[in-house]
Design a protein around this ligand. Structure first.
Ligand SMILES: [Zn+2]
Length: 298
């Protein structure tokens, strides 16, 4: 039986009630697990699809076994002052069931002897509870998903469910590995390799990182432009003052994301940003770009 975050054991009828209440669009079916944890070549273990998974499917919705403060990481690293974090992690571990404690210590520690095993495992496996969130969560299932720089799934913290959800962002074939990105944004090859080595202790050999040098340089150029445009479009003042330029940038960004086969939350954010912020006059007068036909149907 899983304990609550306060360490108390919920009653069986409360669990049944909770299961029914939790079911929703973001809830993965409980008895229809879409993945299995299996050995992956040169990666240890990872998630493998047990059947074909359509794009947009909720593969898992998982409650963290515990939460810990997350000190505004400059990039992707989980950083906590050692003494504070150690005491929090030890306290939380004591509240876990024995099998959960075993599962915690079975997780990968990318930091070797630089930290205690408690901290090393937490720093390697804790996932942020939302962008720039002050907290991270330790997930026994989701932490087993391997990284890819152009993944087929996305992890998102859902405040309403108080769970981390894993959704497919591409169609995934049976027996294909399910991956998420451990990184924020779209860094170029060298930056990605450095971040992954520093934070997680591995050299990435994913499909994107294995491109021949010429194709990799082209990819890096697109990724740099994606990052630049993504930041520009998030500028609320600019979209009011120069809506036409923003729409053109948005269209360029969509094309670049498509060329890089990126289909993650940035696309939804792009549509949402235009829908909410673009002045009404601009919506009516701007050329009928394909973007507007979808993003601004009214
Ligand atoms: Zn990679």
């Amino acid at each position: 039986m899983k304990r609550g975050l306060d360490g108390t054991e919920p009653k069986e009828d409360e669990l049944s009630e909770g299961r029914e209440k939790d079911r929703g669009a973001d809830q993965a079916p409980e008895n229809d697990q879409l993945y299995a944890i299996k050995p992956i070549h040169e990666k240890g273990q990872g998630w493998v699809a047990t059947s074909k998974i359509s794009k947009g499917t909720c593969i898992l919705a998982e409650t963290p076994v515990f939460k810990v403060p997350r000190f505004a990481p400059p990039q992707n690293n989980f950083m906590l002052p050692s003494i504070t974090s150690m005491s929090i992690i030890i306290k939380e571990l004591k509240n876990l069931e024995k099998d959960q404690q075993r599962a915690f210590f079975a997780q990968h520690n990318a930091h070797g002897s630089r930290h205690s095993p408690f901290l090393g495992i937490a720093k390697t496996n804790v996932l942020p509870l939302g962008p720039k969130a002050p907290e991270g969560g330790l997930f026994l299932e989701a932490s087993r998903i391997n990284h890819a720089c152009n993944p087929n799934s996305q992890n998102t913290w859902n405040d309403n469910l108080d769970k981390l959800t894993i959704h497919s962002i591409k169609d995934i074939e049976e027996s294909e590995e399910i991956t998420i990105s451990y990184l924020d944004g779209s860094e170029s090859y060298k930056v990605r390799q450095q971040s992954l080595k520093t934070s997680f202790g591995f050299d990435c050999t994913c499909e994107l990182c294995s491109l021949p040098p010429t194709l990799r340089r082209e990819s890096d150029r697109r990724l740099d432009e994606i990052t630049r445009l993504d930041e520009l479009i998030g500028d609320g003042v600019r979209i009011i003052l120069t809506p036409l330029a923003c729409v053109r940038d948005a269209y360029t960004l969509l094309q670049l994301l498509k060329e890089e086969r990126i289909d993650d939350a940035r696309i939804a954010r792009l549509y949402s940003c235009l829908q909410n912020r673009l002045p009404l006059v601009a919506r009516r007068e701007i050329f009928p770009a394909p973007l507007l036909a979808v993003a601004l149907p009214n």
